[in-house]
Design a protein around this ligand. Structure first.
Ligand code: R5P
Length: 315
């Protein structure tokens, strides 16, 4: 197997710092009718190529990149999806609906890829939608250091919280990575997508600092409402960790004006430009939003995989 490798960031991930990864020169053209054409400007023959992709708005670009790579006789292709879009569609919607995550997996795998890397899947069973190996990296590895550094003085009074039942395992993993802290759970109900209709808290949060752990921040209504509930039940302060900043509509404003004191957010999607856009145009509240990049985690995973070394310490 080839030990040389290179990375194609594509147009969407241009904001990610490429660090020391050897990037490949690729031309992505768009025609007037929005068709996309991708061409590599250097030889990739015999190389292990890591292709970064985003599937909600940029699936066509990913498909064309994979097609070009295959035709360049690469030896191996690993698709890197920092955020696996459609992951909230992990089962059939009603009796006549699609399974979005499975359809996306099918399309990507049909391009003849060898492996997929992603971080904090909304539903970990999505790994099984692929026949090829799926490397599921843990978001804890992005936030662990920042969290321990910022919370050092108050650890004895910190608890983790999940804002919905589906996130219980994720919150438990964070808690055990950070000195075996306990968690409290919130039971969230939605009557329609994007609107939280009710929340119930299980556990005592009186006089505690609570870190809310969520995989996705979309409208950020979940985080904001969860924080209000925790504060109303006696929490001293709340903090939030968001792996995937989907940030639609008024999300940044909702966070800024929430009762959360600090939000740590990764950049598996381009959060920075959305946050900056709000700073430029709007008055906003006091909540601090800090970006902790996923770049180092991905770079480590890419180096280990390219060298055929274990990545269990990143799961
Ligand atoms: C839901 O199950 C996810 O884990 C997130 O809590 C949800 O997608 C967040 O959505 P929003 O930010 O729109 O409340």
């Amino acid at each position: 197997m080839s030990t040389t490798y290179c990375v194609s960031y594509g147009s969407y991930y241009a904001y990610l710092n490429t660090g020391n990864l050897p990037t490949v020169d690729v031309e992505i053209k768009r025609f007037n009718d929005m068709e996309i054409s991708v061409k590599f400007r250097e030889s990739l023959r015999g190389k292990h190529l890591f292709v970064f992709g985003e599937v909600v708005n940029n699936l066509n670009e990913l498909i064309m990149t994979l097609d070009a790579a295959k035709r360049c006789s690469v030896s191996e292709i690993t698709v890197v999806l920092p955020y696996f879009g459609y992951s909230r569609q992990d089962k059939r919607e009603g009796t006549r609906g699609c399974i979005g995550a499975k359809a996306i997996a099918h399309v990507i795998e049909s391009m003849g890829i060898d492996r997929v890397i992603s971080i904090d899947l909304h539903a970990s069973q999505i790994q099984g939608y692929f026949q090829v190996p799926f490397e599921h990296l843990s978001g804890i590895k992005i936030f662990e250091y920042a969290l321990k550094e910022r919370m050092a003085d108050i650890w004895d009074d910190v608890l983790f919280a999940t804002p919905d039942a589906g996130g219980t395992l994720r919150a438990l993993k964070f808690a055990s990575a950070c000195y075996s802290k306990q968690i409290v759970t919130i039971n969230k109900r939605r009557d329609k997508p994007g609107i939280v209709s009710s929340m119930e808290l299980t556990g005592d949060v009186m006089d505690k600092h609570i870190i809310i752990v969520d995989d996705i921040g979309d409208t950020c209504g979940t985080l904001s409402k969860a924080s209000d509930l925790l504060i109303a039940n006696g929490a001293v302060k709340t903090y939030a960790i968001v792996t995937h900043p989907v940030l639609t509509g008024e999300a940044v404003k909702t966070l800024r004006n929430s009762s959360i004191s600090t939000v740590l957010m990764s950049d598996t999607l381009d959060a920075v430009s959305k946050i900056k856009a709000v700073q430029k145009t709007e008055r906003f509240g006091e909540t601090a939003i800090q970006i902790i990049s996923c770049q180092r985690l991905l770079e480590t995973a890419i180096r280990e995989i390219a060298a055929d070394r274990s990545i269990s310490h990143l799961n």
